[in-house]
Design a protein around this ligand. Structure first.
Ligand SMILES: [Zn+2]
Length: 363
């Protein structure tokens, strides 16, 4: 436990702050961006959440997970920090705040329970700090010092007071990463609290996201979030070859991004799915699904039931029940399905929440 100011905590600043920083971090790549737009109806089945799998260039098709036995964060408490005066007038700030809240509290993390990590989280605070980071370039050490300073100023909780914390710093447009090539990074830094009778040494989990288009920043944020909760200190979940020096993590072998409800996120490796995935919510209510090719139509005279055998845009092949006639009695779904199959043309289908096709339109 830490001591509060009354018990004699001595805070340090400047050079001394830098000196007690010992940060280690994970490798981050510039995300490549093969991008799909989610169509939840692409997924037959009854679950509320489904993991959309990706097999685009840059997505691993196999991987070995290495569990170093180190801590995970669950659930995760995200503090979002906008660093720099440029954020004062940057409209991306509110867009990013909304997107981060959606990512943290939504289904994005839900496949990480298999690793003992957070399946959800909360956005505990959003801070704006008008001090300007170094420009035109910054280092991870700059960010680490900044985060430590916020803890010393009691603007962020001490790490031992909220072990599930993750401090994410959004960098302003005025600066780029000095190392080049990286758009985001997560790391740990040792925070030392010098009390009169006690010294606390606690790992602080933090990340930075370089300025860029909002879609890129949200994708990078999601990547760092998934990795930080599974491997906050470099000794948790990694991908072979695991490395204490150069963290090889579940986001690093997946390139695909997905626009989920207007927010772009990056896929991560799911050992259970043996694929790069983004968990998504199944839709509620009817929706149109396009890009379907009907391969076969089958009807039972006895039961008056009918089905189509189809292939969708993602190459998924499956069955769906069709209602031979729509409730209005005007459209014969069965007839249209047969015509579509004979022509080989794509169709779009109106699909109920139960996965039943109630209308077909030839495209
Ligand atoms: Zn990474």
């Amino acid at each position: 436990m830490s001591k509060d100011a009354e018990t004699g905590k001595r805070k340090t600043r400047g050079a001394e702050v830098a000196r007690r920083i010992d940060f280690k971090g994970g490798r981050v790549t510039v995300p490549r961006m093969p991008r799909d737009v989610v169509r939840e109806a692409d997924f037959p089945g009854g679950a509320d959440t489904v993991n959309k799998k990706f097999t685009n260039p840059g997505d691993a098709s196999s991987a070995t997970i290495v569990d170093g036995g180190g801590p995970r964060i669950t659930p995760v408490h995200v503090s979002l920090i906008f660093w720099g005066s440029a954020w004062q007038t940057d409209s991306a700030r509110s867009a990013l705040t909304n997107a981060v809240a959606k990512i943290v509290t939504g289904r994005y993390l839900s496949a990480l329970g298999q690793y003992g990590a957070a399946t959800s989280g909360i956005l505990t605070r959003v801070l704006f700090d008008g001090s300007d980071p170094p420009s035109p370039t910054f280092t991870t050490q700059n960010v680490a010092s900044f985060v430590i300073g916020l803890i010393d100023d009691d603007r962020l909780p001490e790490p031992d007071a909220d072990w599930q914390h993750l401090y994410v710093v959004m960098m302003p447009r005025t600066t780029t990463f000095a190392g080049g090539g990286l758009t985001g990074f997560h790391a740990r830094v040792l925070w030392s609290d010098y009390d009169l009778f006690d010294v606390d040494n606690d790992q602080t989990h933090f990340a930075w996201v370089q300025y860029g288009p909002v879609d890129t920043m949200t994708a990078v944020f999601s990547h760092e979030l998934a990795e930080a909760v599974t491997d906050p200190e470099g000794n948790g979940i990694q991908v072979a070859p695991a490395s204490a020096a150069n963290w090889n993590e579940i986001g690093d072998i997946c390139a695909s991004t997905l626009n989920v409800d207007g927010v772009v996120v990056q896929s991560y490796w799911s050992a259970l799915d043996n694929a790069c995935v983004v968990p998504i919510e199944r839709s509620t209510g009817m929706q149109w699904q396009s890009g379907i090719v009907i391969l076969g139509v089958f009807a039972s005279v006895d039961t008056k039931n009918a089905w189509i055998f189809f292939k969708n845009q993602l190459g998924v092949v499956g069955w769906r029940k069709i209602q031979p006639s729509t409730p209005d009695g005007c459209t014969n779904v069965l007839q249209i399905a047969i015509a579509a199959q004979q022509s080989g043309r794509q169709v779009q289908c109106l699909i109920t929440n139960a996965g039943e096709i109630v209308a077909i339109q030839i495209l």
